[in-house]
Design a protein around this ligand. Structure first.
Ligand SMILES: Cc1cc2nc3c(=O)[nH]c(=O)nc-3n(C[C@H](O)[C@H](O)[C@H](O)COP(=O)(O)OP(=O)(O)OC[C@H]3O[C@@H](n4cnc5c(N)ncnc54)[C@H](O)[C@@H]3O)c2cc1C
Length: 225
Protein backbone atom coordinates (compact mmCIF):
# COMPACT_ATOMS: atom_id res chain seq x y z
CA UNK A 1 0.00 0.00 0.00
CA UNK A 2 1.30 3.43 -0.88
CA UNK A 3 1.35 5.92 1.97
CA UNK A 4 1.90 9.59 1.41
CA UNK A 5 4.73 10.94 3.51
CA UNK A 6 3.47 13.76 5.65
CA UNK A 7 5.63 16.74 6.33
CA UNK A 8 6.10 17.31 10.07
CA UNK A 9 3.75 20.03 11.28
CA UNK A 10 5.53 23.02 12.74
CA UNK A 11 4.72 23.83 16.37
CA UNK A 12 2.00 26.51 16.81
CA UNK A 13 1.28 26.49 13.07
CA UNK A 14 4.23 28.67 12.03
CA UNK A 15 5.91 28.07 8.70
CA UNK A 16 9.46 29.35 8.36
CA UNK A 17 10.50 30.39 4.88
CA UNK A 18 14.16 31.27 5.16
CA UNK A 19 16.43 32.36 2.29
CA UNK A 20 13.49 34.11 0.62
CA UNK A 21 14.04 37.83 0.11
CA UNK A 22 11.12 40.22 0.51
CA UNK A 23 11.05 42.57 -2.46
CA UNK A 24 7.98 44.69 -1.68
CA UNK A 25 4.66 44.82 0.13
CA UNK A 26 1.44 46.76 -0.35
CA UNK A 27 -1.89 47.06 1.40
CA UNK A 28 -4.84 45.28 -0.19
CA UNK A 29 -8.14 47.03 0.46
CA UNK A 30 -8.58 48.35 3.99
CA UNK A 31 -7.37 45.40 5.99
CA UNK A 32 -4.99 43.10 4.17
CA UNK A 33 -1.49 42.97 2.74
CA UNK A 34 0.30 41.44 -0.19
CA UNK A 35 3.99 40.62 0.19
CA UNK A 36 6.19 39.85 -2.79
CA UNK A 37 9.37 37.87 -2.41
CA UNK A 38 11.96 36.70 -4.89
CA UNK A 39 10.08 33.34 -4.91
CA UNK A 40 6.36 34.14 -4.84
CA UNK A 41 3.65 36.42 -3.42
CA UNK A 42 1.64 36.05 -0.20
CA UNK A 43 -1.69 37.55 0.84
CA UNK A 44 -2.33 37.99 4.55
CA UNK A 45 -4.46 39.88 7.07
CA UNK A 46 -1.50 41.21 9.06
CA UNK A 47 2.15 42.02 8.37
CA UNK A 48 4.98 42.37 10.91
CA UNK A 49 8.14 44.05 9.58
CA UNK A 50 11.39 43.43 11.51
CA UNK A 51 14.00 44.01 8.81
CA UNK A 52 16.80 45.41 10.99
CA UNK A 53 19.11 47.72 9.04
CA UNK A 54 16.83 47.35 5.99
CA UNK A 55 13.66 48.47 7.78
CA UNK A 56 13.49 51.91 6.15
CA UNK A 57 13.54 50.29 2.70
CA UNK A 58 10.12 48.84 3.47
CA UNK A 59 8.57 51.41 5.80
CA UNK A 60 8.53 54.98 4.44
CA UNK A 61 7.78 56.38 7.91
CA UNK A 62 11.23 55.18 9.05
CA UNK A 63 13.11 57.15 6.43
CA UNK A 64 15.78 59.10 8.36
CA UNK A 65 14.61 57.53 11.65
CA UNK A 66 16.20 54.04 11.43
CA UNK A 67 19.69 54.73 10.17
CA UNK A 68 22.26 51.94 9.63
CA UNK A 69 25.69 52.56 11.11
CA UNK A 70 28.85 50.47 10.63
CA UNK A 71 30.36 48.91 13.77
CA UNK A 72 33.63 47.05 14.31
CA UNK A 73 34.59 44.70 17.14
CA UNK A 74 38.08 43.54 18.12
CA UNK A 75 39.41 40.45 19.86
CA UNK A 76 42.95 41.01 21.20
CA UNK A 77 45.05 38.35 22.87
CA UNK A 78 46.07 39.43 26.41
CA UNK A 79 49.58 38.86 27.72
CA UNK A 80 48.04 36.81 30.53
CA UNK A 81 44.75 35.35 29.28
CA UNK A 82 43.83 34.03 32.77
CA UNK A 83 43.42 37.63 33.98
CA UNK A 84 40.65 38.04 31.36
CA UNK A 85 38.71 34.89 32.33
CA UNK A 86 35.05 35.39 33.35
CA UNK A 87 35.96 34.54 36.99
CA UNK A 88 38.51 37.37 37.08
CA UNK A 89 37.27 39.96 34.61
CA UNK A 90 33.79 41.57 34.21
CA UNK A 91 31.56 42.63 31.36
CA UNK A 92 32.25 46.38 31.33
CA UNK A 93 31.09 49.70 29.89
CA UNK A 94 33.45 52.66 30.00
CA UNK A 95 32.91 56.34 29.22
CA UNK A 96 36.26 58.04 28.48
CA UNK A 97 37.22 61.16 26.49
CA UNK A 98 37.64 58.94 23.39
CA UNK A 99 34.01 57.79 23.61
CA UNK A 100 31.95 55.04 25.20
CA UNK A 101 33.44 51.56 24.94
CA UNK A 102 32.20 48.14 26.08
CA UNK A 103 33.74 44.70 26.36
CA UNK A 104 33.72 41.21 27.73
CA UNK A 105 35.93 38.60 29.35
CA UNK A 106 37.38 35.87 27.13
CA UNK A 107 34.53 33.47 26.38
CA UNK A 108 34.31 30.69 23.83
CA UNK A 109 36.80 32.11 21.33
CA UNK A 110 40.32 33.37 22.04
CA UNK A 111 40.79 37.05 22.74
CA UNK A 112 39.45 39.87 24.84
CA UNK A 113 36.43 41.31 22.94
CA UNK A 114 35.50 45.00 22.91
CA UNK A 115 34.18 47.81 20.75
CA UNK A 116 33.34 51.52 20.71
CA UNK A 117 29.70 52.61 20.55
CA UNK A 118 29.15 54.27 17.16
CA UNK A 119 32.71 53.21 16.22
CA UNK A 120 33.80 55.79 13.57
CA UNK A 121 30.29 57.25 13.22
CA UNK A 122 29.83 55.95 9.69
CA UNK A 123 26.24 56.04 8.40
CA UNK A 124 26.03 53.42 5.66
CA UNK A 125 23.92 51.71 3.03
CA UNK A 126 23.37 48.20 4.45
CA UNK A 127 23.78 46.70 0.96
CA UNK A 128 27.02 48.52 0.16
CA UNK A 129 29.32 49.16 3.09
CA UNK A 130 32.90 48.20 3.88
CA UNK A 131 32.49 44.78 5.49
CA UNK A 132 36.22 44.18 5.74
CA UNK A 133 37.75 45.82 8.82
CA UNK A 134 40.40 48.37 7.86
CA UNK A 135 43.66 49.56 9.42
CA UNK A 136 41.85 52.69 10.64
CA UNK A 137 39.32 50.47 12.45
CA UNK A 138 42.07 48.46 14.10
CA UNK A 139 44.03 51.59 15.03
CA UNK A 140 41.08 53.18 16.85
CA UNK A 141 40.45 50.02 18.89
CA UNK A 142 44.13 49.23 19.59
CA UNK A 143 44.85 52.78 20.76
CA UNK A 144 41.99 52.48 23.24
CA UNK A 145 43.18 49.07 24.52
CA UNK A 146 46.81 50.20 24.80
CA UNK A 147 45.74 53.14 26.97
CA UNK A 148 43.03 51.59 29.15
CA UNK A 149 43.70 47.80 29.08
CA UNK A 150 47.46 47.56 28.35
CA UNK A 151 47.60 43.95 29.63
CA UNK A 152 44.89 43.06 27.11
CA UNK A 153 46.43 44.77 24.07
CA UNK A 154 48.34 41.80 22.60
CA UNK A 155 48.13 40.56 19.02
CA UNK A 156 44.87 41.13 17.12
CA UNK A 157 43.11 37.76 16.90
CA UNK A 158 40.06 38.95 14.98
CA UNK A 159 38.13 42.01 13.79
CA UNK A 160 34.46 41.89 12.72
CA UNK A 161 32.06 44.42 11.23
CA UNK A 162 28.31 44.57 11.82
CA UNK A 163 25.50 47.16 11.82
CA UNK A 164 23.63 49.22 14.38
CA UNK A 165 20.29 50.74 13.28
CA UNK A 166 19.98 54.03 15.14
CA UNK A 167 17.00 56.28 15.85
CA UNK A 168 17.47 60.00 16.71
CA UNK A 169 16.83 59.32 20.44
CA UNK A 170 18.36 55.80 20.53
CA UNK A 171 15.01 54.32 21.60
CA UNK A 172 13.24 51.61 19.62
CA UNK A 173 10.37 52.03 17.17
CA UNK A 174 7.57 49.57 17.96
CA UNK A 175 4.24 50.58 16.46
CA UNK A 176 1.53 49.96 13.90
CA UNK A 177 1.51 52.19 10.82
CA UNK A 178 -0.99 55.05 11.15
CA UNK A 179 -2.23 54.65 7.57
CA UNK A 180 -2.19 50.84 7.64
CA UNK A 181 -2.90 49.45 11.12
CA UNK A 182 -2.65 45.90 9.76
CA UNK A 183 1.10 46.51 9.43
CA UNK A 184 3.29 46.64 12.55
CA UNK A 185 6.99 47.37 12.74
CA UNK A 186 9.83 46.85 15.22
CA UNK A 187 13.05 48.58 14.24
CA UNK A 188 15.73 51.09 15.21
CA UNK A 189 17.14 49.03 18.06
CA UNK A 190 20.14 51.39 18.25
CA UNK A 191 22.65 48.77 19.36
CA UNK A 192 20.72 47.46 22.36
CA UNK A 193 17.86 45.35 21.02
CA UNK A 194 19.19 41.84 21.40
CA UNK A 195 18.38 41.40 25.08
CA UNK A 196 14.76 42.44 24.44
CA UNK A 197 14.18 40.03 21.54
CA UNK A 198 11.77 37.75 23.44
CA UNK A 199 9.52 40.52 24.78
CA UNK A 200 9.55 42.34 21.44
CA UNK A 201 8.41 39.08 19.83
CA UNK A 202 5.56 38.88 22.32
CA UNK A 203 4.57 42.50 21.63
CA UNK A 204 4.61 41.99 17.86
CA UNK A 205 2.38 38.91 18.24
CA UNK A 206 -0.03 41.00 20.36
CA UNK A 207 -0.11 43.81 17.78
CA UNK A 208 -0.69 41.40 14.90
CA UNK A 209 -3.34 39.28 16.63
CA UNK A 210 -5.09 41.78 18.93
CA UNK A 211 -4.13 45.18 17.46
CA UNK A 212 -2.86 46.23 20.92
CA UNK A 213 -0.64 45.05 23.75
CA UNK A 214 -0.57 45.28 27.54
CA UNK A 215 3.15 46.07 27.41
CA UNK A 216 3.91 49.78 27.78
CA UNK A 217 5.17 50.70 24.33
CA UNK A 218 4.07 54.36 24.32
CA UNK A 219 7.65 55.66 24.32
CA UNK A 220 8.42 53.66 21.16
CA UNK A 221 5.69 55.22 18.99
CA UNK A 222 6.38 56.69 15.54
CA UNK A 223 4.53 59.86 16.50
CA UNK A 224 7.24 60.93 18.97
CA UNK A 225 9.44 62.16 16.10
C1 LIG B 1 28.53 44.86 17.41
C2 LIG B 1 27.16 44.79 17.97
C3 LIG B 1 27.00 44.58 19.33
C4 LIG B 1 25.75 44.53 19.90
N1 LIG B 1 25.64 44.30 21.24
C5 LIG B 1 24.43 44.21 21.81
C6 LIG B 1 24.30 43.95 23.20
O1 LIG B 1 25.31 43.77 23.91
N2 LIG B 1 23.07 43.89 23.73
C7 LIG B 1 21.97 44.08 23.00
O2 LIG B 1 20.87 44.01 23.54
N3 LIG B 1 22.05 44.33 21.66
C8 LIG B 1 23.25 44.41 21.06
N4 LIG B 1 23.37 44.68 19.72
C9 LIG B 1 22.17 45.05 18.96
C10 LIG B 1 21.32 43.89 18.53
O3 LIG B 1 22.13 42.93 17.86
C11 LIG B 1 20.24 44.47 17.61
O4 LIG B 1 19.54 45.50 18.31
C12 LIG B 1 19.24 43.40 17.17
O5 LIG B 1 19.88 42.30 16.57
C13 LIG B 1 18.26 44.02 16.21
O6 LIG B 1 17.30 43.02 15.88
P1 LIG B 1 16.42 43.16 14.57
O7 LIG B 1 15.54 41.95 14.57
O8 LIG B 1 15.80 44.51 14.49
O9 LIG B 1 17.44 43.12 13.35
P2 LIG B 1 18.32 41.91 12.82
O10 LIG B 1 18.77 41.03 13.93
O11 LIG B 1 19.37 42.53 11.94
O12 LIG B 1 17.29 41.08 11.93
C14 LIG B 1 16.77 41.62 10.73
C15 LIG B 1 16.55 40.44 9.79
O13 LIG B 1 15.80 40.88 8.67
C16 LIG B 1 16.31 40.20 7.56
N5 LIG B 1 15.97 40.96 6.35
C17 LIG B 1 16.31 42.23 6.03
N6 LIG B 1 15.82 42.56 4.82
C18 LIG B 1 15.14 41.46 4.36
C19 LIG B 1 14.44 41.16 3.16
N7 LIG B 1 14.29 42.06 2.17
N8 LIG B 1 13.88 39.93 3.03
C20 LIG B 1 14.00 39.00 4.02
N9 LIG B 1 14.68 39.22 5.17
C21 LIG B 1 15.24 40.43 5.34
C22 LIG B 1 17.81 40.17 7.79
O14 LIG B 1 18.42 39.18 6.99
C23 LIG B 1 17.86 39.85 9.26
O15 LIG B 1 17.86 38.45 9.48
C24 LIG B 1 24.61 44.71 19.10
C25 LIG B 1 24.75 44.90 17.72
C26 LIG B 1 26.01 44.94 17.15
C27 LIG B 1 26.15 45.14 15.67
Amino acid sequence: MHRRTRRPRPPHGATVRARERVVDWRPTGDDGVRVETDHRAYEADELVVTAGAWAAEFIDELDGLAVPERQVLAWLQPEEPAAFDPEAFPVWNLQVPEGRFYGFPIHGVPGFKFGRYNHREETVDPDAFEREPTQADERLLREFAEQYFPDGAGPTMRLETCLFTNTPDDHFVIDTLPAHPQVSVAAGFSGHGFKFASVVGEIMADLALEGETDHGIGMFGLDRF
